[in-house]
Design a protein around this ligand. Structure first.
Ligand code: KG4
Ligand code: ZN
Length: 343
């Protein structure tokens, strides 16, 4: 029914601390509005109850803004895609309930999207006047966010297999917890990255975890950093202030090395021509450089998302919605948010 017709999808994302809405015409981005929640900055992490309240306040203006910026009428929307999970239950419920009501009032189909698959499918979004190559299936994606660390074999847009994942903290959490230890506000990843670029990455050594197969572990690193800093502060109370750039740089190198060692093992085990990174931590300068190096070492194509598609955004949800729409994978009004959603 839609083979020759443009497909316009409204995407809605509310899984954590960004309220976002976006409009895509096929793979072309028409708008992507993101409201960040500043309310968590002083708490060292996302406070779930505050996130839900901020989503409630933001959702109507953000969706309106996305529709207006896309310069479409809401009746032109073919389907509404929303994040079903994984994420914070209260936060997910705001987006899910809103998407359900809007679909009902506009009499349009509803599409439930897995947030982690959305991060990966962000690679297929086209931006006006920008050229980029899209990954070729099958490809390997290292998906690294505040809640997840996964090596995914992407066989097609809708068929993905997790080959390895973290057994405890996510890579983003390792960045955020490092930031908290050295006194930087949440979310710490971008700040650690900023200071890291000015420091010496070989100044301090931190330990790598011993995990079998392609899985990861980051909780030991956090403890390692905490004890290391405590010891140094006994000798010099100003140790953090005097060494902030070197600490950030050395921690960043350690996290990126840990991520890429297993990703390289996955490359050797799978016959792919393309590799990609996705999720909030794919904005990291060290990881972006590291993946390029790995690709040239193995003669592969590296796909690195533009910054606006690294951290949480609804454009990726709308893109996943586009693939699901073509397969007529619609959700009913009885659909529920799922906090721990797997592929
Ligand atoms: O994908 P995302 O926006 O949310 C989740 O789905 O979790 O990822 C957020 C995570 C946070 O942990 C944040 O600190 C991290 O991504 N992050 C970074 C950078 N930008 C965001 N970590 C390291 N370097 C960055 N430049
Ligand atoms: Zn995310």
């Amino acid at each position: 029914m839609t083979d020759n017709k443009d497909i316009i999808i409204l995407g809605i994302e509310s899984s954590c601390d960004e309220t976002s809405a976006a409009v895509l015409q096929n793979d072309l981005l028409l708008s992507n509005v993101i409201a960040n929640q500043k309310v968590h900055h002083n708490f060292g992490g996302v406070v779930p109850e505050l996130a839900s309240r901020a989503h409630l306040q933001n959702i109507i203006p953000v969706v309106n803004d996305a529709i207006q910026s896309a310069d479409i009428d809401k009746n032109q929307i073919d389907a509404i895609a929303f994040t079903k999970g994984p994420g914070l239950m209260g936060a997910l419920l705001v987006g899910t309930s809103f998407a359900k009501s809007l679909a009902l009032s506009l009499n349009k189909p509803l599409i439930a999207v897995n947030h982690m698959q959305g991060h990966i499918l962000a690679h297929f979004i086209r931006e006006k006047d920008k050229t980029k190559t899209i990954p070729e299936f099958p490809f390997l994606c290292l998906t690294v966010s505040g809640g997840h660390t996964q090596i995914v074999l992407v066989k097609s847009a809708l068929e993905m297999e997790i080959l390895g994942q973290t057994t405890d903290d996510a890579a983003g959490e390792a960045f955020d917890k490092t930031a908290k230890i050295v006194g930087l506000p949440y979310p710490g990843g971008p700040l650690v990255d900023k200071y890291a670029q000015m420091g010496n990455e070989n100044a301090f050594k931190f330990t790598h975890p011993k995990v079998p197969g392609l899985d990861y572990s980051f909780s030991g690193l956090k403890t390692n950093i905490l004890y290391f800093i405590r010891e140094k502060q006994k000798e010099n109370p100003d140790f953090i202030q005097q060494n902030l750039k070197d600490i950030c740089s050395s921690v960043q190198k350690c996290i990126v090395d840990i991520l890429l060692i297993n990703f390289e093992k996955a490359i050797l085990l799978n016959n792919v021509k393309d590799i990609a990174i996705a999720g909030g931590v794919s904005a990291n300068s060290g990881l972006r450089k590291g993946i390029e190096k790995l690709a040239s070492k193995h003669n592969l194509n590296a796909h690195i998302p533009s910054f606006q598609f690294c951290t949480d955004n609804a454009a990726m949800i709308a893109m996943a919605g586009n693939f699901l729409f073509k397969e007529k994978e619609f959700a009913g009004q009885d659909i529920n948010a799922v906090a721990r959603l797997h592929f």
